[in-house]
Design a binder for this molecule. Structure first.
Ligand code: AMP
Length: 373
């Protein structure tokens, strides 16, 4: 099958690398004008001139980037199967729709309000109690389009700095840790779940994901499985869905946001699980049986952001795998990730700290369970 991919960044690149062993070919449609996939055929089409050419080449269409015009995806759906569907994109690219869906499906979220002026933002901050996080309803990712308000009086400045007509304002969650669920639904409705990962963000950007978690009780994993399954079934979803959650002090899980695609917090599966998220996504969209999501060993994904580190020294660490994206260095840019695999979480922590020392600007590793090891 020739797989059409909307977007042509590192996620598309890794999809292709996982699909070649299955005999797939890849055609990417890049609407940004700056593709970085570096594999497959890339159609650069910022002015929407080459859609027919793309459609003629592909058997099925998926995407690695959800901030696309929904109308474009709906147009493609008229000609070729698109997985996940445009409905999933529509929900995931709009925080109000996403929250409404969580509410309707009884998936708990932080308390929130939707506001459309600086005055309403101030009132919401008073009602919810500061600190609050204000987020643009559309186009936000990696912490962009967000501001934390420590007092309601900061509303005017926050409104100005975000510069969007509609914001979601959330109570600031005093979480124990951030976690994410990656699950895959096949065309026949079969669902498989990866073990939950713990994610460490700095300034809204993911730095470390570790899985499986040594201190996760079965109940919590089951609750997360239920939440994501409800979403998958409701959206009649096909492919990988990522759901980011906060684990609170009382042991509950609050949904933060979801992404209708392979996800950075699932990159650990490339070397740490029986089947990677990328292979399972491709199996799903082609109607093939899904592969085992079981973890092979404790694994940590270390993001390489902005500047590359000492790659040779990292590769000298046993069972450590480097995945570079063929991108030039730039502040805040995801350039690569390193998957570190170890026999125990204690050994894993040592090796991840060794990696951190070899990466400029990598923050100290702060897993919630470090002092239980
Ligand atoms: P988001 O783009 O919504 O994933 O937010 C980026 C990051 O900001 C999250 O991964 C959290 O670290 C932090 N964050 C977002 N919303 C909240 C919240 N309601 N309470 C505490 N931290 C938050």
């Amino acid at each position: 099958m020739n797989i059409g991919v909307l977007g042509a960044g590192q996620l598309g690149r890794m999809l292709a690398l996982a699909g070649y062993p299955l005999g797939n070919r890849f055609t990417f449609l890049d609407t940004t004008g700056s593709p970085s996939a570096g594999v497959g055929e890339v159609i650069v089409d910022p002015d929407n001139q080459h859609l027919a050419e793309f459609l003629a080449k592909v058997d099925v269409v998926t995407y690695e980037f959800e901030h696309l015009p929904v109308t474009l995806v709906q147009e493609i759906e008229k000609h070729k199967p698109v997985y996940p569907s445009s409905r999933a994109i529509e929900v995931c690219q709009n925080r109000v729709e996403e929250k409404a869906l969580f509410d309707r499906l009884n998936i708990p979220t932080p308390a929130y309000r939707v506001v459309e002026s600086a005055e309403q933002l101030e009132a919401a901050a008073r009602e919810l109690g500061c600190p609050v996080v204000a987020k643009s309803v559309t186009e936000g990712y990696d912490g962009k389009g967000q501001a934390v308000l420590k007092a309601p009086e900061e509303a005017a400045a926050a409104w100005q700095s975000i510069g969007h007509a509609q914001l979601v304002v959330e109570a600031f969650v005093d979480f124990v840790r951030e976690v994410s669920m990656i699950a895959v639904r096949g065309r026949d409705g079969e669902v498989v779940f990866y073990p939950m990962a713990e994610n460490q963000h700095v300034d809204g950007i993911l730095r470390y994901s570790v899985a499986p978690l040594p201190d996760l009780d079965v109940q919590m994993q089951q609750t997360a499985d239920t939440y994501i399954r409800t979403l998958l079934d409701e959206l009649d979803y096909v492919g990988v869905l990522a759901l980011e959650l906060f684990q609170t002090r009382d042991g509950s899980l609050l949904a933060n946001e979801m992404a209708p695609r392979v996800h950075n917090s699932g990159h650990w599966t490339m070397d740490g699980a029986v089947t990677s998220q990328f292979e399972n996504h491709l199996r799903a969209v082609q109607g093939l049986p899904l592969g085992s999501t079981q973890a092979i060993a404790p694994t940590c994904m270390v993001n390489v952001i902005g500047r590359e580190g000492d790659n040779a020294a990292m590769l000298a660490l046993a069972n450590t795998h480097l995945h570079r994206y063929d991108k030039a260095e730039r502040a805040g840019r995801k350039l690569a990730h390193v998957n570190v695999v170890a026999a125990t979480h204690t050994e894993l922590l040592e090796k991840v700290r060794a990696c951190q020392a070899l990466l400029p600007d990598a923050p100290p590793v702060e897993w919630s369970f470090t002092n239980t090891l």
